[in-house]
Write a protein that binds this ligand. Sequence first.
Ligand SMILES: [Zn+2]
Length: 759
Amino acid sequence: MIRRTILASFFVAVFSFAPIGHHLTADDAPLAGFSADSSRTERRWEEKFRATPDPAKLREYMQRLTAHPHNVGSPYDKDNAEWLLAKFKEFGLDAHIESFSVLFPTPKERLVELVAGGPRFTAKLQEPAVPQDPTSNQQSEQLPTYNAYSADGDVTGPLVYVNYGIPEDYETLDRHGLSVKGAIVIARYGHAWRGIKPKVAAEHGAIGCIIYSDPRDDGYSAGETFPNGGLRPREGVQRGSVQDSTEFMGDPLTPSIGATADAKRLPIKNAPTTTTIPVLPISYADATPLLSAITGPVVPEAWRGGLPITYRIGPGPAKVHLKMFSNWEMKPLYDVIAKIPGSQFPDEWVIRGNHHDAWVNGAEDPISGLVAVLEEARSLGELVKAGWKPKRTIIYCAWDGEEPGLLGSVEWLETHADELRSKTVAYVNSDTNDRGFLGVDGAHSLEKLANDVARDVQDPETKLSVWKRWQLRSITTANSDEARAELRSRTDLRIDISGGGSDHAGFQNFLGVAVLNYGFGGEDEGGIYHSIYDDFYWYTHFSDTDFAYGKSLAQVAGTTIMRLADADLLPFDFSDQAETVQTYVRGLQAFGVKQQNDVREHNLELEEGAFTASADPKEKYVPPAKQGIPPHMNFAPLQNSADALTRAAAEYQKALAHAEANGGAALASASLAEINRMLIDSERKLTNPEGLPGRSWYKHEIYAPGVYTGYEAKAIPAVREAMEQKQWRLAEQSIAAAAKVLSDEAAQVSAAAAKLAAL
Ligand SMILES: [Zn+2]
């Protein structure tokens, strides 16, 4: 489900640096959280591990797993799960399949036709097979193009083009005095998670929503199209879920509880995450006659796409008939769960996962990530046979049902929530993987660990370390002198917050587990996302064709898992976390000032008559309304708790340096077990059992996907979103709630520091 930014052009530096001149050996400085002795042992095992993943096997797994469409409920989805189970067992892991029953609608009736305003036209809604691509013709097994969890409906109305269909696009419509009330909107994919588009359209009174892939974004404007190149062909369509995950993720009928056979379910017709209006995705071939028939004002420059037409807003005279009905059926899920038991702390779990279901054949999404998971499991199995005994339990998961709404991971973790909250050390996710630069997002308490691991893995193209290439690339794309200076001087590269786009989301947002999400990318453009062309032929012609980066992903994620499973003292770091939280608090304050300044300027221009004077009097123009100046907010509780966390992190750092002195003899102490328990609980301290306002499923107070951004995450989300929605009282209350979890975190870190100092 994850969608990475497509980089149409980027700077491939011909690096003048020598390759990692220094190959890490067992004699290097001890790894964070390891005594000198245990670090030497760990490094030897890790080197053995990183030498094991084999690109030929990655290729072989991908060919097998993508041989047929394998969406939720399909025969090949089950077949793949059984094959994965057999593989994990063959590698020596203790594996089983855990099943759930979930609501997964599939199309029964789909229609888009232009009934007025232009030549009568019926959309094809069908992706054609490509002769040289051997799996593209498996039509009887392919899910038709649709958006899962669309409302059923048969509607006819004038067509309005709404650009990306995000809230600010509707403000532009307001300035033109245009409304979408009673209309069908057509929005292009991009700039927000797709489910936001029908949600915002319905909030503005639209009765239907069409989403199309504009060639400017991932078609011919960006590069050669498939099968000559990797970008989206004329009739390629992006499928995808539009389930409204504002309130919760997972199966729509079982919020917050596992979708087991005997679970108490909501009735299907009350499924709360279904959209309120019908929605269908189409290709740019199907969109062109519709968009061409729209008249009315010419769009602003930023709204133009790559079709050879004049983009206009409407409404009409193009009139569209849109019909969408689903079979609302229950389908089985097959999560494959495989364990390597811990030798010393079997009740401390390090979890790694990637989903196995796809929209169609799904080579890039998700199999490119899943094959790395499999090679990691095989390589770790080899280590176990050679005598390696991880201290903690390692759990490898191949999730089902990620595409419709993270169903497999969420139902599993809701079923085992209490046990997972108490036992989970961390969760490491991947989804898609391509060629290029390491991408990392996740919990800032694991930022240092991710950086340390990236320093120990070699980039296959440049032979620099993955970390060095990540740093240098970030320097070339940074947008300020300050950012570049920081990239050169800060010990660790910053990682982004994880959003809602893949299976880490339930761990982070529902359980409060520290997560990391890894994937390489940035060198190959792709326009096959969620289409029938995301298959083995495409991947082996236009992406990581020799699976060199599949091996890199296995090395990065597997090394992370080993370090978490073997460390004497868990490698959580609170300095990066505290410093990042400080930037969030300053960011909120700056945002408050900006909101006030923006409103002052807005009102001044209104008084000056600037809006009307600069509008064309021959065209309709509606000036915006005067706005109230946002009040000053009291950020002191957040500042104080963030400062407390900064002090606690410094105490922890000092205690850690003390414990690591003299070869880290203190790290052999038996009392470390108690400190590790405190570290495991530390991320949970950032959660509020009542959840975010209006979104009780989302319990993490510092990270959450945005209500109006979807994939994209927000920091201190309750405060940020209340401010964005101008709900000042709620913002003040949310400041108190976020300050409380930061104070709790500070107390936890401080207590762990005191115990560590006393060793
Ligand atoms: Zn995916």
